[in-house]
Design a protein around this ligand. Structure first.
Ligand code: SF4
Ligand code: SF4
Ligand code: SF4
Ligand code: FES
Length: 600
């Protein structure tokens, strides 16, 4: 790439020609403040916080979108700039519902941090406020436009990364909002509940529906037996909520913390992941034999499943009928475990700690229950678990490492990598390769399907046959892959789809990471490293070797794909209308707050 030389704050800088001023400044340790900017996702130059002075230019320039050029002379820290940035943020705050002390983003809010950095101690522009709405009708998400700063990050992620286009700028000028079309409730749209909009929102305008109190109530009820399970990706991110570096693996501390909260048993969803591989592997072999409903497509990601139900109903027969791992484990807890421990399943309350917001609505699907009992009673995100740990004032970083409870806590390395894109496929291949070859193969790592490339493909030689596989993550990529399959351009036997870019490690329920940090690192890579590390330290790395899985089939389930498995561990899907004709639900219009007397 051709390079250019320019001057930033009296320092000579040589950078590739396609850099922006913001990127160039980073190379010499100059951190220009930003707000709307989100690397590779939202680069629209909307907020004007990142202004810089360019010698010879008639106005201040937005550094996040302004390209570098040979010989530019740039200043990033002058009185004029500090004053312009301050005024911009004051204007944003003047139309903002500033309830920082009682706001769920207090201390993790990018606007709050920016106001502090810019030394904003009063707002000089108080006046009329835009009418705002509160939408709490979705099963999973809450939208509070009184906190929205119109940065457009959620619009970009929803449109470009997820190809769902639920959120958009609506109205004009002072009335502008970010909302679904016609200010409908998210509940009335084909929203897939992935929570990627929540993950990128710099403020508290979007959040998941909290289920914390329901879980505290269950824990405090002496008649209820609370079983908590934790998804693979949670251990790769929970530590961030307690100041630990991104990518810290905190498995043992996480278990210790949940026990301190009062759970009766703590199991690992990785056990459910191993079980999924047994069922899914059997299903694939059966479909390959009959050349039926191929390519088979994974179904562990409820965001992806919902996307398919709304947008590609013609592929629903291709989805694996396997429930997702936490639902499988929930079903096993309320049957096998309940029977063994002689506990009435009605008295068992299963809590899933997930990196995912879509699992909240998934667990409420009526088909994901056995004999009228839900497989999973409550789903908490990683963020909600962190809140409970903080509420209980447990000093997380000082906790010792504690093991999962033995009844259903054993898992293999294959189960651990489910949380990264390509992990489900790799875990399945490890078991399939041995099954088809009749040998215990040593080469078990499939590097072609690791990493963050949007679509990954490979031809795998298994037991004398070539299996064509593909992996896609983020529903825009899933859509791209399915379009290629539809047109006949590509043919596969087995596809892994994940609703979120990067897989569950960057699910919508994971700890918020400021855009400024994401500029310097790919958090998908860092968190995935923690899971691959967990895989390598496990003595057993293939799902079928899990001794508890072997026992479960021997004592209870029979065989993979058998009658009992079918009843407990498999499900079905439903084509959904994108725009159902039904009464428009009323969302709450918040009263516009009067400015204070002092501000008038
Ligand atoms: S979103 Fe941020 S600035 Fe707004 S009230 Fe919450 S913490 Fe304060
Ligand atoms: S949850 Fe996902 S699909 Fe729904 S609005 Fe947010 S980004 Fe879009
Ligand atoms: S909801 Fe959040 S991400 Fe979306 S525009 Fe508003 S502040 Fe930005
Ligand atoms: S305009 Fe550059 S960060 Fe918003």
């Amino acid at each position: 790439m051709e390079k250019v030389t320019l001057t930033i704050d009296h320092m000579e800088v040589e950078v590739p020609k396609d850099y922006t001023i913001l990127q160039a400044a980073k190379t010499v340790g100059v951190d220009i403040p930003t707000l709307c900017y989100l690397k590779d996702t939202n680069e629209i130059g909307a907020c004007r916080v990142c202004l810089v002075e360019v010698e010879g230019a008639r106005s201040l320039q937005a550094s996040c979108v302004q390209p570098v050029a040979e010989g530019l002379v740039i200043k990033t820290n002058t009185k004029k700039l500090r004053s312009a940035r301050k005024s911009t943020v004051e204007l944003i705050l003047s139309n903002h519902n500033r309830e920082c002390l009682t706001c769920f983003r207090n201390k993790s809010c990018e606007l709050q941090s920016l106001a502090e950095e810019l030394n904003i101690t009063e707002i000089g522009f108080e006046g009329e406020k835009t009418e705002t709405t509160m939408d709490q009708l979705s099963t999973t998400l809450v939208r509070d436009s009184s906190k929205c700063i119109l940065c457009g990050r959620c619009v970009s992620v929803c449109k470009d990364v997820q190809k769902t286009g639920i959120l958009e700028f609506t109205n004009r000028g002072f009335e502008t909002q970010v909302s679904p079309a016609f200010n409908k409730s998210m509940d009335e749209t084909p929203c897939i509940h992935c929570g990627q909009c929540v993950a990128v929102c710099p403020v508290a305008a979007l959040k998941e529906k909290e289920d914390i109190e329901q879980v505290w109530d269950a824990i405090e009820d002496p008649d209820v037996h609370v079983v908590v399970q934790t998804a693979p990706a949670v251990r790769a991110a929970l530590g961030e909520e307690f100041g630990m570096p991104i990518g810290s693996r905190v498995t043992g501390k996480m278990v210790a913390a949940i026990k301190r909260l009062g759970a009766d048993q703590v199991f690992d969803t990785n056990f459910g992941a191993d079980l999924t591989i047994m069922e899914e592997g059997h299903e694939l072999l059966s479909r390959l034999k009959r050349n039926h409903n191929l390519p088979m497509i994974t179904s562990c990601s409820p965001g992806w499943v919902r996307y398919c139900e709304f947008n590609y109903p013609e592929f629903l027969d291709n989805l694996s009928t396997c429930k997702s791992p936490h639902q499988m484990l929930g079903a096993v807890i309320k049957t096998y475990y309940a029977e063994k421990q002689q506990i009435d399943p009605k008295k068992i309350f299963v809590v899933s700690i997930m990196p995912c917001t879509a699992k909240k609505s998934e667990s409420a699907r009526p088909e994901l229950s056995v004999d009228g009992l839900r497989d999973v009673d409550a789903v908490l995100t990683t963020r909600e678990l962190a809140k409970m740990i903080k509420q209980a004032r447990v000093e997380f970083t000082k906790l010792p490492d504690v093991d999962f409870d033995p009844a259903l806590g054993e898992y293999t390395g294959a189960g651990a990598i489910f949380g990264a894109t390509g992990g489900v496929m790799e875990a399945a291949l490890r078991t399939l390769a041995d099954t088809l070859s009749g040998e215990e193969l040593e080469a078990i790592e499939y590097h072609d399907i690791r990493g963050t490339k949007g679509i990954k493909e490979a031809d795998v030689h298994l037991g004398g046959q070539i299996i064509k596989i593909a992996v896609a993550h983020g529903t825009a990529m899933a859509s791209k892959l399915l379009e290629m399959v539809k047109s006949g351009e590509k043919e596969y036997h087995f596809i892994e789809m994940m609703g979120c870019s990067g897989g569950c490690v960057t699910g919508g329920g994971q700890p918020h990471v400021p855009a400024r940090v994401k500029m310097d690192m790919d958090i998908r890579v860092e968190r995935a490293k923690a899971l691959y590390q967990e895989d390598t330290v496990k003595a057993l790395r293939k799902s079928y070797e899990n001794p508890l899985i072997i026992k479960l089939y021997k004592d209870f389930l029979g065989k993979p794909g058998g009658h009992k498995s079918h009843n407990l561990l498999h499900t079905y899907y439903t084509a959904r209308e994108k725009f159902p004709v039904e009464t428009v639900k009323e969302i709450v219009v918040l009263p516009v707050k009067e400015p204070t007397a002092a501000a008038k």
